[in-house]
Design a protein around this ligand. Sequence first.
Ligand code: UTP
Length: 292
Amino acid sequence: MRQTIRKAIFPVGGLGVRFLPATKAMPKEMLPIVDKPLIQYAVEEAQAAGIEQFIFVTGRGKHAIEDHFDISFELDAMLEARGQGAVLESIRQWIPRPGQVTYTRQMEPLGLGHAVWCARDLIGKDEPFAVLLADDLVQSKVPCLKQMIDVHAQTGGSVVAVMDIPREHTNRYGILDIESESGNLAVIRGLVEKPDPADAPSTLSIIGRYILQPEIFTHLGRRIKGTGGEIQLTDAMAATLGSGPFHGLRFEGRRFDCGDKAGFLEATIAFALARDDLAPAMRDILKSYADA
Ligand code: UTP
């Protein structure tokens, strides 16, 4: 019997430079797609995948995230008084229960790997765990993390969600070196962070969904700087290869890179089109811009 994945880490300590000035006083992860912040999509995906402990690695200026996943007495009282109990109910649904959320702080944004390492003492010594990056938004029938947890129940080890990207984009993502493929699963031989298109071992890219083994903390603890001078999660994952199964799952669904402006705008359109209350208006708007 494989160990159940109960805990998820949400690294939200980054600076969000690409979204300045919007992110000057507001966390990037609070940017909304339609009417919901990016981080809420990630938390709801984790909830739907059975996660019970939500660990946020925050940083300076990220208080809005803590407030978002808390009860707001004033808002609750106001909605109650106005007879808007249904709205109140819908908000209460996704707020984790008391004791399910933990915040730890990444004092300097030294990279994604460093952010994950900051949560090391909140994960058990033998406990596999999930990591979700809120700026990778996935639209799918079955939540992406659930798909990964189902694979992990069969394979054990580490599992990352992967997708094909255009070769000219390999210098934006972690890229797989593939040993073999069977169905939607790739056995991983190597991992490279942001390789030049000419050097990329494949065009299969890791998206921001990971199931990892706690041994990764040993590698992250060495604080080795990689691409961009940052402590990279990809490098630490590469160092664990060979010590257990490591699979890439071609997940079912569509991923939007919301850390990038074009990806963010596309996600807004796609999520609006998926909503009955907004789709007709959105289609009309898109038609009116067809020749722009
Ligand atoms: P990114 O590198 O895309 O985010 O990290 P960023 O650094 O915030 O954005 P730009 O590049 O400056 O525009 C992906 C995720 O990892 C987190 C970010 O908050 C984001 O959710 N992260 C990144 C950290 O928590 N700490 C870091 O040091 C770096």
